[in-house]
Design a protein around this ligand. Structure first.
Ligand code: NAP
Length: 258
């Protein structure tokens, strides 16, 4: 059996139906956490639930369908997760979308939707869950931003603004929760092979080419896997990471060194 640093804890993971969110949920579950799997994609979340139940040491789990941009849905989803599993010790906000284009051509609705899911969704989930953590005197919040939230290129205005916002929001939260036993940190992934990147690049080969030679190339010349990002999330979620807060950890194979 692997080490179980999260045994007895509940983790709530958004975007858990796919990619990085699924890898985070599986990593935390493998190491003992009961996992609430929140996503707008019910079928994908059900598949993650199946994978959690198939682990060598299965943990309690529940899949909850929710659009994280809708306040009432978020409150109901958190209530459902708490009723099923108990108060979350860990909150990981992975749900996200990417829509792009130069500012002059950017569709207003695309701008709104990207902010609504990536930034408002993160805010709403933090707002719903952190009071429970404060009341319990313990919590680990990990928000997923992006390298694009810091190193911004042309055509990424909506996405970059939302991801820069996630970093700023997390810093504010870290200060507010500092004396409550609750930390808030950011993981900023580089180019990672998920449905989101497959949608943008088309093929694994095109993602690899971009990692080697594109604008966001990295010196290792590698494409990251969702498990690489999950490892950084798991680090922030550890009980012994309690003195680390308000930080952004870039997992990008050296593409950007702040
Ligand atoms: P992904 O495979 O597309 O997973 C994102 C998940 O979020 C999907 O299941 C998606 O459902 C769900 N989602 C979208 N809108 C939602 C909403 N309103 N409410 C609830 N769930 C929603 O993408 P990923 O690459 O794992 O992305 C995870 C996070 O990492 C995102 O925040 C992304 O911005 C960030 N990130 C990714 C990369 C990368 O290279 N992949 C790099 C930097 C940052 P649907 O599929 O139905 O939309």
């Amino acid at each position: 059996m692997e080490s179980q640093p999260y045994a007895g804890q509940v983790a709530l993971v958004t975007g858990a139906a796919s990619g990085i969110g699924r890898a985070v949920a599986l990593r935390l579950a493998r190491e003992g956490a009961a996992v609430a799997l929140l996503d707008v994609d019910a079928a994908g979340a059900a598949e993650t639930e199946r994978l959690v139940r198939a682990l060598e040491t299965p943990v309690r789990t529940v899949a909850v369908t929710v659009d994280v941009s809708e306040a009432a849905q978020v409150r109901a989803a958190v209530e459902r997760a708490v009723a099923a599993l108990g108060t979350p010790a860990i909150l990981v906000n992975c749900a996200g979308i990417s829509r792009g284009g130069p500012v002059a051509n950017l569709d207003d609705d695309d701008w709104e939707r990207v902010q609504a899911v990536n930034l408002r969704g993160t805010f709403l989930c933090c707002k719903a869950v952190t009071p429970l953590m404060t009341a319990a005197g313990y919590g680990r919040v990990v928000n997923i931003s992006s390298g694009t939230g810091v190193r911004v290129g042309p055509g990424s205005g909506a996405y970059a603004a939302s991801k820069a916002g996630v970093i700023a929001l997390t810093k504010a939260l870290a200060g507010e929760l500092a004396t409550a036993g609750v930390t808030a940190n950011v993981v900023a992934p580089g180019i990672t092979d998920t449905a989101m990147t497959r949608g943008a690049f088309g093929t694994r080969a095109a993602i690899e080419e971009s990692a080697r030679t594109g604008r966001i190339a990295n010196p290792m010349g590698v494409v990251l896997e969702p498990e690489d990002i999950a490892a950084a999330v798991a680090f922030f979620a550890l009980p012994e990471s309690g003195r680390i807060t308000g930080q952004t950890l870039h997992v990008n194979a050296g593409a950007y060194m702040p």
